[in-house]
Every structure is written in structure tokens, then in C-alpha cells.
Design a protein around this ligand. Structure first.
Ligand SMILES: [Zn+2]
Length: 372
């Protein structure tokens, strides 16, 4: 199989945000560190490229909330030369270069919000279109660590043009994230039934669950418990900062008969942790054989898997799920980050379960290998 042509990535906001994060970790005091972290977040969250914004302001840096003179200087340096000597000097002076370099290495293949929107709009890239996306299959409600009711989620998803969504609260094994007991799951089912009754054929909420992959690869759901849910996601939430190989753990999780989506497969967080280390070709081959979809988690701090690793999964023959992992209705837009990665990876919409009709989706959930 030939590797699809990879368009050049010129994510200036991503580069500037990265330098501001470096600068944050070079500070002596916590308030200064938080100030630069906020500045980085402001730049990474901008909807427009700094290149365009500066051009529109007669080559001046516009006022951006959270950006002071020192951050503006970093922006200017990057726009002029592609690098920031000021940040490099600060990193050297801090004596923390090794730690900062390590964090830098944990920012690979992350896209800024402006880059996500550029990739979605760039017709030369192709791939799945944002307006053909039919439903989001990972999000959290008030039943675990999310903040919204099921009714509010359904309303917000319909407003985004979706036909379905899976509410995937954490299962009981993940106490730290307010995991649901099976008793709570049956109460949640009644709440979901009531919402579905209200929306009729126009929209369907699936009761999903995000099961936790234990350190041995076992899920925190008995098979009988898993059968209560419409769709089961499995995801790692522990041993995410270890360098030992965890291929066997991931392969074992994929053997659970109920699992349909391998969610945020690595568990990486930008600039903080690399997540699970595994032979991903082996994991993807198993997922492909079992008809399990590999998730691209669109939470900006996760972007897991990213376009680079997703290309490996595509070559292994995997299906994909592109999800927001939203914990508020405002975060449903994170699905766009996942769609951008899928476009950069060259994944055809046909291989992405969120682009299937509800009937095809349900048929796959019932018999995944038929579609694998
Ligand atoms: Zn999770």
C-alpha cells in the first residue's frame, strides 16, 4: 500500500505555543510559569493563524487576551525566523534544558486549533468532511466526570447536525473519574430512554461505557455487565508514564468480546506523558482482525492516536472512531480535531464508523468482524 501524500504542516500557532510552554518551564516562580502556560493555551486555542492575524493588522501583533509583551516578542521572532532565540536563551539560563527537551519531545504531532480548522477547510487534503460526520462516540455526562445531563448533550449534538451520539461514562473501576456503578448504569438507561423518546427517529443516544484497561489487560466489566451497554469502549488510564513494553496488556484488552472501540490508545498528554509503549503494529493488526475501531481522541491535549500513528493503523486495515471525549457540551467541537488528524492520515470516510448510518453502526456493534 502506498503512503498517502502528506501535505506540508505549517502550524505556526503550534510552534509559538510550544515555545511559550518551554518558556513556562524555564521560570523561577509558579505565577510566571502559569502566566506563560496561559499564554501558550491562548495561542493554541486561536481559531486563526498568527500569520493571517498579523498580516491583517499591518504587520503588528494584535491584542490577544493572555499575551503580554514578552510573549508578543516570541511571536514576532517565530514569524520572522521560525525560531525563538529569546526562549532558547531563557531555557539555557534556567538550567532545566533536559527536562524542557523531554517535554518538547512529548508535543509531537499535536495540532493547534487554527491548524485543525485549516486542515478541515483545505480541499486539497481530502478525506472525511466535518459536515458529513454523523455522530460522536465518546463523551462524558454528569453520570461520571462530565458536567452535562444526557438531555443537554442530545440537544447540543443535534445542534451540530449529528444523527446519534454515544454517552460513554466511566465504568465503576475508575473511581477517580466518578465511575458508574451498575445500579447507576440502569438509572442512566432510564434517563437515556426518556431522551430518545423525545427525539424519535431524528436522533439516537446510545448508552456506551468507557471501560478501564487494567494493568494486566483485563477490563473492569464482567461480560454480563458489558452486555448492558449499547457500545463498549476500552481505554488505558494507568501505567502511562512507564517505558516498559505493554503490548500484551493491549492485546489482551482487545480479546474482550464486548469491546468495539480502543479509546485514546496510548493515553498520552501533550508535553506531559508519552502514554503506553507497545508494538502498535501488533496491536493494530489484532484490532483489525477483531473489527475493533481505533479511536482518534480529539481532546486537544490528547490527540491520540495522531495522524502519524493513524497511518500505521490504516495500513494494518483498521476501522476508526473519531471522537471528542467531551466533558462539557462546549467540548463537542473537539471532534473536529480528530477529523483533522484523519484527513492528514488519508483515512477514507468509509473506514470511519462515525460516518456510517445508525443502522450500519448498530450492525457493526452486533457483528464487528463482518466489517473489519
Ligand atoms: Zn479515558
Amino acid at each position: 500500500m502506498t503512503t498517502p501524500h502528506l501535505p506540508a504542516i505549517q502550524d505556526v500557532n503550534g510552534v509559538v505555543g510550544g515555545y511559550l510552554r518551554d518558556l513556562a518551564y524555564a521560570q523561577d516562580t509558579q505565577p510566571k510559569m502559569f502566566g506563560y502556560k496561559r499564554a501558550a493555551a491562548a495561542i493554541l486555542g486561536l481559531e486563526r493563524s498568527l500569520v493571517d492575524l498579523v498580516r491583517e493588522h499591518d504587520n503588528a501583533i494584535p491584542r490577544i487576551s493572555g499575551i503580554g509583551p514578552a510573549s508578543a516578542r516570541v511571536i514576532r521572532e517565530v514569524l520572522d525566523s521560525g525560531a525563538s532565540p529569546t526562549v532558547d536563551r531563557a531555557v539555557d539560563a534556567s538550567g532545566r534544558r533536559p527536562d524542557i527537551e523531554r517535554r518538547r519531545s512529548l508535543r509531537r504531532h499535536f495540532l493547534s486549533r487554527a491548524e485543525v480548522l485549516r486542515v478541515l477547510a483545505d480541499t486539497t487534503i481530502g478525506g472525511p468532511a466535518a459536515d458529513e460526520y454523523l455522530g460522536d462516540l465518546q463523551m462524558h455526562s454528569e453520570w461520571s466526570d462530565g458536567s452535562s445531563t444526557v438531555a443537554a448533550i442530545a440537544h447540543a449534538c443535534r445542534a451540530r447536525g449529528y444523527r446519534y451520539a454515544a454517552v460513554t461514562d466511566h465504568s465503576y473501576g475508575l473511581k477517580i473519574a466518578g465511575g458508574m456503578s451498575m445500579q447507576e448504569a440502569s438509572e442512566q438507561r432510564r434517563a437515556i430512554d426518556a431522551v430518545n423518546e423525545e427525539h424519535g427517529d431524528a436522533f439516537r443516544v446510545l448508552q456506551g461505557v468507557e471501560a478501564n484497561i487494567g494493568i494486566d489487560g483485563e477490563l473492569d466489566l464482567l461480560h454480563t455487565e458489558a452486555s448492558v451497554f449499547d457500545i463498549v469502549l476500552a481505554a488505558p488510564h494507568s501505567r502511562l508514564r512507564k517505558s516498559d513494553d505493554q503490548t500484551q496488556r493491549m492485546l489482551r484488552a482487545l480479546e474482550h468480546p464486548a469491546v468495539r472501540i480502543l479509546a485514546h490508545p496510548r493515553g498520552r498528554i501533550t508535553g506531559s506523558r508519552a502514554g503506553v509503549v507497545a508494538d502498535w503494529n501488533a496491536v493494530f493488526a489484532r484490532a483489525a482482525r477483531r473489527g475493533i475501531a481505533v479511536e482518534i481522541d480529539g481532546d486537544p491535549s490528547r490527540q491520540d492516536v495522531d495522524y502519524d500513528l493513524a497511518r500505521q493503523a490504516l495500513e494494518a486495515g483498521c476501522l476508526f472512531a473519531l471522537d471528542s471525549d467531551a466533558h462539557t457540551t462546549g467540548q463537542l467541537a473537539y471532534a473536529e480535531t480528530a477529523i483533522a488528524h484523519a484527513r492528514l492520515a488519508g483515512i477514507p470516510a468509509e473506514r470511519i464508523v462515525n460516518y456510517w448510518t445508525i443502522d450500519r453502526l448498530l450492525a457493526w456493534i452486533a457483528e464487528p468482524c463482518v466489517f473489519g
